[in-house]
Design a protein around this ligand. Sequence first.
Ligand code: 7TS
Length: 411
Amino acid sequence: MCPDQLDPEIIKQDFPIFKRRVYGKPLIYLDNAATTQKPRQVVEAIREFYENYNANVHRGVYKLSVEATEAFENARAKVAKFINAKDSEIVFTKNATEALNLVAYSWGLCNLKRGDRILLTEMEHHSNIVPWQLVAKHTGAVVDYIPINEDGLLVDEDVDRLLNLGPKIVSITQASNVLGTINNVKEIVGKAHRVGAITVVDAAQSVPHMQVDVKDLDCDFLAFSGHKALGPLGVGVLYGKRDLLKEMNPFLGGGDMISRVSLSGAEWNELPWKFEAGTSSVADVIGLGAAVDYLNSLGMGRVRAHEVKLTEYALKRLSEISDIRIYGPMDLDKRGAVISFNLSSIHPHDLATILDEEGIAIRAGHHCAMPLMTKLGVTATARASFYIYNSETDIDVLVEGLYKARRIFKL
Ligand code: 7TS
């Protein structure tokens, strides 16, 4: 094997879950866009915290609490470095959804007024639609959507036309969880800044899969979830430029986010703690730090290269099946390792159930992107999404499973 390439069979050995069998068959896990499996290193970091230094952070002067605080802040430094941010620009949230809500409420409520425009795209996850619709309702702002073309791509003319309406905020996914489309967010951020907009990048499906550099993108905010990047469930990240975070009101009030409280009011803590009200999910943050270490040990360039290779193979194999409709761009430079499809008239839930009997986990449904489903003219799709431990063999098993579905439905 070329040392520059990831070997999924070796990687799998770090993931205890792949020892289990599903209906007596090996687990073929192809729902990585929903959440990824966790390597032993992440599980061990969490166990180590609970077994050796479990304590609350930022408050105790005793040994355990000092150790917990150090590990917590050390994980923040790892996450910051991973996306080329400063430590004080990294806010830990519950997930990407909470990070996007934080921006919508803390920035949006104070800065948007009646008639202001919010610009999104038609391919957004509900997490990057609904918070803006809620804030639009509160403020009287209007939401516009950049349409997608038949290849599932944003078209420059549409981007320019809608930016020319002068939105106050532009919030866009870097990689679609349905189409796999990778948007040129760097270019859109540049254009948005030229019309005076603030920019938000939903990086839930990009940070786990490719090198993301917030300074290079120059975005104002960026959100992602740890659990889609080998980390534990329950911790997400908001990156924000210091000057913006500084002038924003807190999202949630409570312990840890204040410097002073009196009966008549409160003053806020320094960044980033101003946005981390209450006890954080300390063990999970430490687990996310271990996930970042793991990804760094592989190299994000190699992660992306592995996924491009798998996606190319999967697109080729899936295209061989008659009556299959694959959504999203076919150009590998413009897509990530997420493939949504429909097979003839078989409902995606039936497909997922038949595949489940073979030990194959895929997602079926609207993928929390109902406006996109409407645009595609369907109510649901089947979706296979790949990660570092998936191999071409997994794709062969998936294709076999789809042929089995065809036989069951007598196609
Ligand atoms: N943004 C995108 C692009 C996503 O794909 C998701 C989750 C989110 C935001 C929200 O992430 P959360 O961790 O806050 O829930 N996407 C999916 C999915 O495709 N299947 O399950 C969750």
